[in-house]
Each structure stands twice: as C-alpha cells, then as structure tokens.
Design a protein around this ligand. Structure first.
Ligand code: UD1
Ligand code: CA
Length: 453
C-alpha cells in the first residue's frame, strides 16, 4: 500500500498563521493523526502533498520517513494526487487521505483496503441528512457506482442523492497515473477533480467498491475553529470511553482532556476538568481531584491528587497525598506516603517515605529523608543568582515554620530547626538549632500617639 495525504489547502477559514494541518487535536497536529492512521496499515510509503507555506509543515512534522510533494499552484484534488505520483510504484495500490480529516480510523481503512484488493477502486462513502457541498455518488439501476458529481456541478435531481464522497479512496497506482493524465478541468470550479477518475474506471470496466466508515465522525473535515473544537470533543469522548471500558471512573466524560498517552491501573478515579499531557501512568486506586494538570508523570498506587494541583515530570511512590493547590515541577521524586499540601512547590528534589510538607513551602534542589516534617513557610534558598546548590535534610528532621535553608546546607538526622531559623551552616543531628533574636518584653513601654497639630 502507498499512502497519499492531501494537505495543500490553505485553510483560510481558520484565520490563523498556523497552517491548517498543524492545528492540534489532543495537542498533536491534525496531520500527525492522519499519518498515524496511515501507518497502522504498514504502507511502503506515505507521501504528503503540501502547498504554499508548507515548508513550515515539513519542519514541524520533522518525520524522516515521510515523502513530500509540493503542489503549487493548487489546481484541484486530481492535480494534488498527481504531484505525489513520482514517489509511487506501479503494481501497488494507493490510498488517498486528507490532512484535515484527522479522526479517520485504521479499522475503517483496513476494510477499504480489503474492498479494493489489487485491482479495484474503493471509495469511502457516507449517507448524510444534509449532503450540501459534497460530491454525490451516482449509481445505475443495478446499484453500481457510475461516477461522482461535485455539488457545484450537480443537477437538482443529483443533489437529492444523500450518499456522498468522503474523498478517501484506494486505487491501483498504474491506473491512477493513466486516469489522472486524462482528466480535464472543464467544470464549475475550473479544477482537476480526483473524483473524475471514477467515470474513467467504470468506462474501462474496473470495479468500483464502496465502504462505509465505522463511524461518520471519522470522515469529518476541519475548515474552521468551531469544527476543530467539535472534533477535539469527539476525540476526547472516545478516549474517555476507552478509559471507562478499562475500568476508570470518569466523573464526566465530556470534561476530560488527554493530550498524550494515559495508562491506568485498576479503580482509578478522575474528577472533572483534568488535563493529562505526555506520558502519564496512574497506578491502582489513584484518585485525581477536579481541575488537575498532570504532565509526564507516574503516580504510585493509592496516590491522591487533590483539586487544582499541577504535576509535571514527577514520580511518586504509593499512597502520596498532593494538593489541593500543590505544584510539583520537573525532577520531583516522592517516596511512599509523602504529603504535599496547599501552596507547596517542589522542584528537582527527592522526598523519601512518610515525609510531609503540608502548607506553603518551596523545596527545590533538595534531598529529603524519611519521616521529615517541613513546617509552613519553609523555603530552600537554592539559588544565589548565579548558581544552584542542594539542601540535604536527613531522616526524622523537624523543620520549624518559616525557616530558610540557605544551600548548600545539611540538616542532620533527627535535628530540629526552631521556627524562623535562617540556616546558613549545617545543623547537627539530634540537636535543636535556632537562629533568631531572643524575645524581650519591655515593661512600661508606651505606644506612640499622634501629635495634634
Ligand atoms: C472534495 C471532493 C468531494 C468530497 C469532499 C469531501 C473533489 C473534486 N471533491 O471536495 O467529492 O465530497 O472533498 O470533503 O475531490 N487539496 C489539495 N490541493 C488542491 C485541492 C485540495 O491538497 O488543489 C486538499 C485539501 O487541502 C483538502 C482536500 O484536498 O485536504 C480536499 O479539498 P477540498 O477543497 O476540501 O475539497 P472539496 O471541494 O470539499
Ligand atoms: Ca472540503
């Protein structure tokens, strides 16, 4: 199988500087979804036909296995396919896909491929309640396809036909070469129509098969931002459906966004408004509260993210409790039963089993041992404006509230830091270290009063 993806259209209606086929569905360019569907058929080659400004597309997709054919000017779908022909070999069949029809499924394409066999033409068609704008499939009394007529060229009678051309088809390469060399542009749009090859095939006695997609949304195209949003929702609902089939409790399947790969254990629960990006792995019994953003993370079994937490490049052990309003940044590694409460930020730090930072803290470039308690307002001062340094807090240390740990610095095993300490030297194990002025009370002190003018 050879695959041609048509992607030369400008997409003016997107009103965007970004070429249409780079507009994202689930965080990936539409074109990449189409390429992925094509690759499921293990084709010999995938050739993308690109147009004006398409260099941006080539650069952004940056896929060395793709072949590229430039179409300039754009004289129609038939002309577009013709540009790809130098990349194709006779004796094989070619599948034509659209770069702006991103949800096409591999299963549907396989059925189309089977229907085409080695020497037939196979069209993917759908019946629409409102076929306005589409090419109509015209059949003879025996039900055999005879040709496709574009909406703009169709008569009143022909426009009543509800079976339309999705644009996706399979044809033998050698025949395609010959037919495309013979089509003209004498039609309402003055374009070279790919659809004109159907009548040529029929005239030569080549069989034309039709196949319907597993779901109509697979064939929907994107020309505008509202259509992009519509397909995004369909795609996300499909992902939610799959997650639920795997046993995940998704509180509202219309309010979840997965932009990457989400793998889950048993009895995972996901509340509304969460976004998952990149590679995310949720262990058994993980619960994600409302409105969390989780990117490239592995959350151990039983871990709970409370609402509004933001977790990125993070790995946790079992039964951690994070949030609400917590943020873990790249390089966060948590052991088992670690608690991070509201307004706690952790970056490039390891925090071992049973340690807790329950309120308002910044832990950056730190190695925190087991059973450490980090009080409210604790800050690791890891950055002197030029360099970053590590803070080490050993097992069973107790860090009093409002403490600054000026790195590099080490808190020994079982040490206690008094509240308000600014630690600039290592704190010995097992001792209380405190750095603050002694408290005094002045008897007979008078509050200033306003002087009358
Ligand atoms: C095409 C079909 C029509 C079908 C409809 C489905 C033809 C003549 N008509 O119509 O039967 O019902 O799709 O949506 O094929 N493209 C290029 N170069 C060009 C023209 C188009 O690469 O010169 C690409 C576009 O980027 C797009 C695809 O081909 O991805 C279809 O083009 P579009 O203009 O949307 O085709 P329609 O006129 O809607
Ligand atoms: Ca179209």
């Amino acid at each position: 199988m050879e695959v041609i993806i048509l992607a030369a259209g400008q997409g003016k209606r997107m009103r965007s500087a970004l070429p249409k086929v780079l507009q994202p569905i689930a965080g990936r360019p539409m074109l990449q979804h189409v390429v992925a569907a094509a690759r499921a058929l293990s084709p010999r080659i995938v050739c993308v036909v690109y147009g004006h400004g398409g260099e941006v597309v080539r650069e952004r997709i940056a896929d060395p296995e793709l072949a590229w054919a430039k179409q300039e000017p754009q004289l129609g779908t038939g002309h577009a396919v013709q540009q790809a022909l130098p990349h194709l070999v006779d004796g094989d069949s070619a599948l034509v896909l659209y770069g702006d029809v991103p949800l096409i499924g591999a299963a549907t394409l396989r059925r189309l491929q089977t229907a085409a066999g080695a020497d037939r033409l196979a069209l993917l068609t759908v019946e629409l309640d409102d076929p306005t704008g589409y090419g109509r499939i015209l059949r003879d009394e025996a039900g055999r396809v005879v040709r496709i007529v574009e909406h703009k060229d169709a008569t009143e009678d022909e426009r009543r036909v509800r079976e339309v051309n999705t644009g996706i088809l399979v044809a033998p390469v050698a025949r395609l070469r010959d037919w495309l060399g013979r089509i003209g542009n004498d039609n309402a749009q003055g374009e070279y129509y790919l659809t004109d090859i159907i009548a040529l095939a029929v005239a030569e006695g080549v069989e034309v098969a039709t196949v319907q997609p597993d779901a109509v949304w697979e064939t929907l195209g994107v020309n505008s931002k509202p259509q992009l949003a519509e397909l995004e929702r369909i795609h996300q609902r499909n992902i939610a459906q799959r997650l639920m089939e795997e046993g995940v409790t998704v509180l509202d399947p219309s309010r979840i966004d997965v932009r990457g790969e989400l793998t889950v254990g048993r009895d995972v629960e996901i509340d509304v408004g969460c976004v998952f990006e990149g590679q995310v792995e949720l262990g058994d019994d993980v619960r994600i509260g409302a409105h969390c953003v989780v990117k490239n993370a592995r959350l151990g079994a039983g871990t709970r993210l409370a609402p509004f937490s933001h977790v990125e490049d993070t790995a946790t052990g079992r039964a951690c409790v994070i949030g609400p309003y917590a943020r873990t940044r790249p390089g966060t590694v948590l052991g088992d039963d670690v608690h991070l409460g509201n307004f706690v930020e952790v970056k490039n730090s390891a925090i071992a089993d049973h340690s807790k930072a329950n309120h308002l803290a910044y832990v950056g470039d730190a190695d925190v041992g087991e059973r450490v308690n980090i009080g409210a307002g604790t800050i690791t001062c890891n950055y002197d404006g030029a360099n970053k340094y590590r803070t080490v807090i050993e097992d069973d240390a107790f860090i009093g509230s409002d403490t600054q740990l000026v790195a590099p610095v080490r808190v020994g095993r079982g040490a206690t830091l008094g509240a308000g300490t600014t630690l600039t030297k290592d704190a010995p194990a097992g001792q209380l270290t405190v750095s603050r002025a002694r408290q005094v009370s002045l008897a007979g002190w008078q509050r200033p009063v306003k002087t009358k003018k």
